[in-house]
Write a new protein. Structure first.
Length: 229
């Protein structure tokens, strides 16, 4: 049985039941101006809150394979407090087995045992996935990187406020540079205000499918941020 997996605990889906891959492309790829954002960059870093099934990662890896130069490298860092095992991610990703014909088998091949902590996975010579099995609020403090793009994909803020905490936003600011972008499926006021307080300009844009709004933004630094990108 295929379909979008659902978390009973958070009363939310891992990705859209309408079309998970199209949602990922709309919210996280186009929302972050990818692939244009990595043009001319030899090393590009994306960080994601909520690895889930890995659909976002597979979509960005595929895009990178299609739209990058041979010298460019991608580092994808993702946090996951309640990791699924390889079998549990393989099933919901089956609808895109053809789309990810080389990437999905490789991800499943290197996918780690569910041991807490940092797992550094070299998918190929140019793409590294650092999968961190821990609470994002705890693990972010242990990360040292300059992030170019954030994918904020925790379950919805009303049922999982922990994923959208001041701690997360403060560490996002610490790891961002002026021009670092973020995109997220939510347009919740508390999230927008939290990101602004941390130094991001935040803009509401049309969401995917039946969702009216989502949010995108750019890091400009504390005391500089407001509405608009
Ligand atoms: C909407 S799903 C992410 C979907 C995912 N990006 C994908 O491509 O399938 C949200 C994820 O956040 C994880 N999560 C929830 N609270 C968390 C926390 N405090 N720290 C880290 N991960 C968390 C959930 O277990 C879930 O996998």
């Amino acid at each position: 049985m295929f379909g979008a997996p659902r978390s009973k605990e958070f009363d939310d889906v891992y990705f859209s039941a309408e079309n998970g891959l199209e949602e990922t492309r709309h919210v996280f790829l186009r929302g972050n101006n990818l692939p244009a954002a990595w043009e001319g960059r030899s090393d590009f870093v994306i960080a994601e809150t909520g690895f889930g099934t890995g659909l976002n990662f597979l979509a960005v890896w595929k895009l990178f394979l299609e739209h990058s130069q041979p010298h460019q490298k991608l580092h994808f860092i993702s946090f996951e407090k309640y990791p699924l095992d390889a079998e549990e991610i393989a099933l919901p990703l089956q609808p895109w087995a053809k789309e990810f014909d080389t990437c999905l088998p490789r991800l499943l091949e290197v996918y780690p045992a569910l041991i807490p902590g940092f797992h550094h996975l070299d998918l190929d010579e140019r793409v590294r996935l650092t999968l961190i099995f821990d609470d994002v609020n705890v693990a972010l403090a242990r990360v040292d990187a300059q992030v170019d793009v954030w994918f904020l994909d925790g379950f919805k803020p009303s049922t999982n406020p922990d994923m959208w905490s001041e701690t997360v936003f403060k560490h996002m600011a610490r790891l961002s540079r002026p021009g670092t972008r973020f995109a997220t499926f939510t347009a919740a006021g508390a999230v927008r205000r939290g990101l602004q307080a941390a130094g991001f300009n935040v803009k509401k844009v049309p969401g995917f499918g039946s969702k009216r709004d989502m949010s995108v933004g750019v890091f400009v630094g504390e005391n500089m941020a407001g509405d608009g990108v």
